[in-house]
Design a protein around this ligand. Structure first.
Ligand SMILES: Cc1ncc(C[n+]2csc(CCOP(=O)(O)OP(=O)(O)O)c2C)c(N)n1
Ligand SMILES: [Mg+2]
Length: 625
């Protein structure tokens, strides 16, 4: 066996840079480099290995959490055919990545995390930043990644690496299993040399399969659809990851079955496709939610059926509703006691289309779909043209950004009130033109995520829409976007606090307590003036040319001007947080205090007790089939 004497870290980098994926006969380099921040726990190991491998580029993030967001966003924008590694020192650098790991795993996005770890040799313990444990020497802070990783290993000897890297690749490239993969790298072992087999550094191509559906299950699915009177498709992120958007459009057009899109699935169809009812669930359109309420068959494609999609299990009220779940992940396919068609979304939609030749929904349903769509277009126009303020309404800001962006451009967002409003209102025109991280809805993802999206396809302009709360949590990667020359267009909506949670607080009777950015006063409460934070200066300080807009006209001008900039720019606009986009035909389960001294809480509890009665136990429906 030919071997090469290398450190464990050198071998790891040597392996990663030779990994490729292939799908539909096209090959892609899998890793596009490593993000990270060096410290004593990695500088002499992975840091040194990156230094001597300039063809595996090192990118310097400003926060390790941001690194993982960049990686997850990049993978999402690449439909999971590309990824980054994320490197950290031991201790706080490592645990900063735990949030990002959870985000990647929950959103089913590949990210390889390489936190430094305490000495395997142990004799110098406790080392700086080590978590000591009295009952075991086999615990470090990196054990925290176990709960949030799809694969986890600690490389205690250099030869272990060979076995672990192939497992890591199996999981990262698996459409059903993918998520965060953590290889914890003890500081001493990173620098230890071993004679690695040379084959480890040869090009390796991981084929991403399109698993075919079981024939009997497919026939059963076709039969269930033929018998349905009010079928509805839910398009989840799996439609995009499988690149099944064309197949979905053909299937929906041929059958006349309408489509509701989840946050991850939005942009599966262009907004003006006649079958597209738009957003579904808690942040859905009235048409999609009425269709869900009455549906006798839900065809769930590539969705996890999260509570935002199922309206906390209240969305489907037809007593006879059944589910056909088309999903590459068995776990998701079995949800709601559905018919589990465990297969690739594109393969199933194509074959199901053929099996349903000649089938169409009845004229009555088709006419409902047209009316719902027309009404929603009118409602969107109303919200886009409120002419409220200043401060302007958030819906109007969305309208301006949407109208002035090109069809191929991408809006990026994650947390706050924007995701719900964007889900409803954003008119997506091309696949992946809508990028919402709503599996973890992680404040702080927006700017870092925007950078990952831009890197995945620099030809598309990226519009990052971010609330003041999210911005204050993590804006650091503005500096990185300037450093790397990837342009972001940032629209910062300042409403002096948390419109989303403030609204939620009102709805549970708590009157917005603790959700405004106000000064503490003599009353002992946060009930003073708004905090004097200057977001224009903050953006400028990080290197982004920034303007303040007050009116709709200011905003239009600012966005037009952004188009002529080569580097990251920002516009800061105050929005009226009370001028909310309403909810439509939906509900979300946030349990209200069962007892309280406050009357408004008691009133909210009474309403809650009524609403919660609508929750259904779909998983129990199997016996009725
Ligand atoms: C890391 C993190 N912490 C807390 C939350 C809970 N949360 C969701 S939205 C929100 C407020 C976001 O504020 P902002 O970005 O200003 O958006 P707005 O609600 O004002 O639209 C909070 C605290 C979260 N989603 N993520
Ligand atoms: Mg806010």
């Amino acid at each position: 066996m030919r071997t090469q004497r290398m450190t464990m870290a050198q071998a790891l980098v040597g392996f990663l840079k030779n990994q490729y994926v292939e799908r539909d006969g096209r090959e892609y380099r899998f890793f596009h480099g490593a993000w990270g921040i060096f410290g004593h726990g990695c500088i002499a190991g992975i840091g040194q290995a990156l230094q001597q491998n300039p063809d595996f580029r090192y990118y310097q993030c400003k926060n390790e959490q941001a690194a993982v967001h960049i990686a997850a966003a990049f993978a999402k924008a690449k439909n999971r055919l590309g990824a980054f590694a994320c490197v950290s020192s031991i201790g706080p650098g490592a645990t900063n990545m735990v949030t990002g790991a959870a985000l990647a795993t929950i959103n089913r996005l590949p990210a390889l995390l390489l936190p430094g770890d305490i000495f395997a040799r142990r004799n110098v313990a406790p080392v700086l930043q080590q978590l000591e444990s009295e009952h075991s020497q086999d615990i470090s802070v990196n054990d925290a990644f176990k709960a949030v990783s799809r694969y986890w290993d600690r490389i205690n000897r250099p030869d272990q690496l060979v076995c672990s890297v192939v497992e890591a690749m199996r999981v990262l490239t698996s459409p059903a299993q993918t998520g965060a993969v953590t290889l914890a790298l003890p500081q001493d072992v990173q620098s230890e040399a071993w004679d690695y087999p040379s084959e480890m550094f040869e090009k390796r191509v991981w084929r991403i399969a399109r698993p075919e559906p079981d024939r009997a299950l497919l026939a059963c699915a076709a039969d269930m659809i033929r018998r349905a009177r009010r079928p509805l498709i839910i398009a989840g992120g799996g439609v995009l990851y499988s690149e099944a958007t064309e197949a979905l459009a053909q299937f929906a057009t041929a059958t006349g079955i309408p489509v509701g899109e989840t946050q991850a699935g939005k942009s599966s169809l262009p907004f003006d496709n006649p079958q597209n009812l738009g957003a579904i669930g808690v942040t859905g359109t009235p048409g999609a939610n009425i269709a869900a309420r009455d549906a006798d068959l839900v065809i769930a494609v590539g969705t996890r059926l999260s509570d935002f999609t199922t309206a906390s299990k209240t969305a489907f009220q037809n007593p006879d509703v059944r589910f056909v779940n088309i999903n590459v992940a068995e776990f998701d396919a079995f949800k709601h006691a559905g018919l589990p068609v465990v297969a690739d979304a594109r393969a199933v939609l194509e074959q199901l289309g053929a099996a349903l030749a000649g089938y169409r929904v009845d004229a009555d349903y088709a006419s409902c779909i047209r009316q719902w769509k027309d009404r929603w277009e009118r409602e969107t126009e109303r919200i886009f043209n409120l002419r409220h303020g200043p401060p302007i309404s958030q819906g109007e800001v969305i309208g301006v950004v949407n109208r002035l962006s090109r069809p191929q451009d991408i809006v990026v967002c994650a947390a706050g009130s924007l995701p719900g409003d964007l889900h409803k209102l954003w008119r997506a025109r091309q696949p992946n033109g809508y990028h919402l991280e709503y599996g973890y809805s992680c404040m702080g993802y927006e700017i870092a995520g925007g950078l990952g999206v831009k890197m995945a396809d620099p030809s598309r302009e990226v519009y990052v829409m971010v609330g003041d709360g999210s911005f204050l949590m993590m804006s650091s990667e503005i500096a990185t976007s300037i450093q790397e020359g990837y342009k972001l267009n940032i629209i910062l909506l300042d409403n002096h606090g948390f419109s989303s949670i403030g609204g939620l607080s009102q709805s549970i009777g708590s009157e917005g307590f603790g959700t405004d950015y106000r000064m503490r006063t003599g009353s002992g409460q946060l009930d003073g003036d708004y905090m004097p934070v200057d977001f224009v200066k903050l953006c400028e300080g990080l290197g982004a040319r920034t303007v303040r807009a007050r009116t709709r006209e200011d905003l239009e001008q600012a966005i037009e001007a952004m188009k002529n900039e080569a580097q990251t720019t920002a516009v800061v606009i105050e929005v009226d947080k009370e001028m909310r986009v309403p909810g439509y035909e939906s509900w979300w389960d946030v349990p209200v205090a069962e007892v309280s001294e406050i009357a408004s809480v008691r009133a909210a509890r009474a309403q809650y007790e009524e609403a919660v009665k609508k929750e259904r136990r779909h998983e129990m429906a199997a016996s009725a089939r």
